[in-house]
Design a protein around this ligand. Structure first.
Ligand code: PEP
Length: 234
């Protein structure tokens, strides 16, 4: 059983989500399917699909115009929240410390954080991939985690680019993350791969050791592209 998580980014509408949810109802799968959608679409009712947000405030409440708290997200019935997505790190300057604070807020409010780590092209070219991944895991995950978390390895240079690392690179990155999580007392934490996953490469990618599922951006927006990813693995 794998975890297939979609990240709609700033795309879609409530009616498109309702259609997706209805299309997913008839999919025969044991896999866990999650859709992380814009805040305005959370709360769509009656779906087997589990919903999540794409970001959360580091604050609990108060004078933080435009922010959305973990409690508010949980109040919609959502179960998950992505934290530290590369686009948040890139466009909003989020550091590992900020990501950890967001994950702490999620956990304190009963949400499962999907904590993203991954290297930029500059870091890859400088030979820093492993160091960036390891520090991302160690610094972005709260200490003393008592409930479920999910980690997503997303090589930032490959997101939305139609590029994927080699299988060996994915395997090495996921082994490092699995070993680091074990050292942190978090063995068994699911590790997703994300970046340019589609229906043609998803089964191969999910056959790699320590790949427990995928985080899918562009190909999660339409059911004709998302469903083949969900059904590509048992
Ligand atoms: C993402 O945004 O998390 C992602 C993996 O995007 P894409 O699948 O479009 O590369």
């Amino acid at each position: 059983m794998k975890i297939i998580a979609g990240n709609w980014k700033m795309n879609g509408s409530r009616s498109e989500l309702e259609k997706m949810v209805s299309d997913l109802e008839s999919v025969d799968t044991q896999n866990t399917v999650i859709l992380c959608v814009p805040f305005t679409m959370l709360g769509v009712s009656g779906c087997r699909t589990l919903l999540g947000a794409q970001d959360v405030s580091t604050h609990t409440h108060g004078a933080y115009t435009g922010e959305v708290s973990a409690q508010m997200i949980a109040d919609t019935g959502a179960k998950y929240v992505i934290v530290g997505h590369s686009e948040r790190r890139q466009y909003h300057g989020e550091s590992n410390n900020t990501v950890r604070e967001k994950a702490e807020m999620a956990l304190a409010n009963g949400l499962i954080p999907i904590i993203c780590v991954g290297e930029t092209m500059a870091e890859k070219q400088a030979g820093k991939t492993m160091a960036v991944i390891e520090s991302g895991v160690r610094e972005s995950i709260p200490s003393d985690v008592q409930t479920d978390i999910i980690v997503a390895y997303e090589p930032r240079w490959a997101i939305g680019a139609g590029l994927t690392p080699t299988h060996a690179e994915i395997a090495t990155a996921h082994k490092l993350i699995a070993d680091t999580l074990t050292q942190m007392g978090l063995s068994g934490t699911p590790i997703l791969y994300g970046a340019s996953v589609n229906g043609d490469n998803s089964a191969d990618i999910m056959s790699i050791a320590n790949v427990d599922g995928v985080l899918v951006g562009g190909a999660s927006l339409k059911s004709e592209k998302f469903i083949p990813i969900i059904t590509s693995v048992k």
